[in-house]
Design a protein around this ligand. Structure first.
Ligand code: N01
Length: 496
């Protein structure tokens, strides 16, 4: 067991798209003294961890990549998980920042020390052998909004005797061929993995609490000619990317101001159902009763055919109890199973990491956010937490486009903040409460007409106070404009 203190300028939590982007852009800006702490065994974040069968991106490949590292080699319109993971790793390798990534190491605690104006960050290797403490000028959290699996609180779940795992922690050692499998949840992960399980399992019982709107997916591989054009013809890939971006941004008015337009999506969803499912009862069971877009609109050509297959049962009555070898539904029907797959999503508005970040006055982020919900200035900095920068913070996620656009916008802001601190000779910056409140009030005001508030569904976008503190309620370029430079006038700066 070793323990020492290491001084660094910047400590970045997480080596996914967000953390790697921060590392690459800080490095380019000459802010080279940083360390990236990653608990997983490799970089890539969600795209390294989520290896469930069928895992693919539901944002088109051309947009789901860094603007500074276009990839002419994407195999398909929607990239599979492994390809995205390899892409992130390749970009990080090429940028030469992997030497500052510490793998298989978890951040235990981050505490702001007012005396030294440093974040004191304690970390430990996952094998428990090494502990290390860092003193960092800035703390940049890229830990991801969808990284901590959320497990359902169902009677008897711990008594289950067979193999069980969450979709984001797939156990590839379990042979699923011919097995009786239960899947709890019908979200973005489940609709990708169930069609794969259906092909090999003896039986799959899918426990649906709420159906989703699911529209067809433009699924195809890029041709050799397209790939050649992406690689060799100047501007082609940027033009395709811009086209995808514009198409997705074109949907924002429907989400944000005129949700009635989303009836068109519902029509597409209903056609998708009608095409694959003949049984009227099953059709009714998978048809949502809320406005499309209220929950994330999903894309799949495989889900409804899988659900309509002979070896798949959709159970909609709810789960009463889980027993060592079975699940009993609320109609009293008991179904024996060998494997239980939990596809119930993530802790989003109650992220465990918030309990491990302690700001001024000894208050944790979880305590502060516990009062009114997640609040930050521009989704990135937080009053009471000097020099803390959160990538994909409150109200920065998207229901319609690529989160990488948001990540890059925030990273620009953070790099400019680092430059500003140096230029102005400041030890610390913290947004004023007025600036933070004004920002959040405005975001919530703009949230009111959106489908996420008016759409008539319960979703994980909304917190326990009834506020959507997850999504950005507008165009992504507006968000980028807001973060185009570090606005020191909205901060209190402490001289070095
Ligand atoms: O999780 P989810 P996910 N008892 O929260 C149900 C991203 N993603 O992992 O709707 C029974 O969407 C819950 O039911 P309900 C993407 O942003 C992206 O699927 O709450 N059921 C729901 O059906 C996505 O939105 C890709 O009533 C329970 C399901 O579990 C996000 O990750 C791929 C329950 C959870 O769905 C999360 O997706 C995959 C309970 N106690 C994921 N609790 C891409 O392609 C929850 N449920 C980029």
């Amino acid at each position: 067991m070793t323990s020492r203190i290491t001084e660094v300028d910047h400590l970045i939590i997480g080596a996914g798209f967000a953390g790697l982007c921060a590392a690459i852009k800080l490095d380019e800006a000459g802010e080279t003294d940083f360390v990236v702490i990653e608990k997983d065994s490799d970089v890539g974040g969600t795209w390294h961890i989520n290896t469930y069968p069928g895992a693919e991106c539901d944002v088109p490949s051309q947009l789901y990549s860094y603007s500074f590292a276009l990839n002419p080699d994407w195999s398909k319109v929607y990239s599979p998980q492994r390809e995205i993971w390899e892409y992130t790793k390749g970009v990080a390798e090429k940028a030469g920042i992997l030497d500052r990534v510490v793998l298989e190491t978890a951040v235990h605690n981050s505490v702001w020390d007012e005396a030294t104006r440093r974040w004191i960050v304690t970390t430990g290797s996952v094998d428990g052998r090494t502990k290390r403490t860092y003193a960092a000028k800035t703390l940049i959290s890229g830990s991801g909004g969808l990284s901590e699996p959320s497990l359902p609180d169902i009677k008897g779940i711990d008594s289950f005797a067979g193999d069980t795992f969450h979709s984001a922690r797939w156990n590839h050692d379990v042979d699923l061929a011919g097995k009786r499998i239960a899947v709890i949840g019908t979200g973005a992960s489940a609709i990708q993995l169930v069609p794969e399980l259906q092909k090999i399992a003896g039986r799959v019982d899918v426990y649906q609490r709420t159906p989703n709107w699911i529209i067809p997916r433009n699924e195809r591989a890029f041709s050799r000619l397209e790939k050649l054009a992406f690689r060799h013809v100047p501007g082609v890939q940027r033009a395709v990317r811009a086209g995808v971006y514009a198409t997705l941004e074109g949907r924002v008015p429907a989400f944000a101001k005129f949700p009635a337009l989303l009836k068109l999506v519902e029509l597409q969803g209903k056609q998708n159902i009608a095409k694959a499912i003949k049984d009227p009862e099953l059709r009714a069971a998978v048809t949502p009763d809320y406005r499309a877009g209220c929950k994330r609109i999903l894309v799949s050509n495989k889900w409804y055919p899988a659900i309509a297959s002979d070896n798949v049962d959709l159970v909609t009555s709810g789960i009463a109890e889980i027993r060592p070898n079975s699940i009993v539904d609320k109609d009293g029907v008991e179904r024996e199973i060998d494997v239980l797959v939990i596809a119930t999503g993530f802790h989003v508005t109650d992220q465990p990491i918030a309990g491990h970040i302690t700001g001024k006055g000894g208050r944790t982020l979880a305590e502060v956010w516990g009062e009114k919900g997640m609040r930050a200035y521009k989704g990135t900095t937080i009053h009471g937490f000097p020099n803390l920068f959160q990538i994909v913070g409150p109200n920065t996620a998207l229901g319609h486009s690529s989160i990488i656009f948001i990540i890059e916008s925030q990273v620009r802001y953070i790099v400019d903040a680092a430059r500003t601190l140096r230029r102005e000779g400041l030890a610390a910056v913290e947004p004023t409460l007025e600036a933070q409140d004004a920002w959040n009030d405005e975001v919530q005001r703009r949230m009111q007409p959106t489908v996420w508030v008016t759409g008539g569904c319960a979703s994980w976008y909304v917190d326990e106070f009834g506020n959507n503190t997850t999504l950005w309620p507008g165009q992504t370029f507006t968000f980028r404009n807001h973060l185009s430079r570090f606005d020191l006038d909205k901060y209190v700066g402490t001289p070095a």
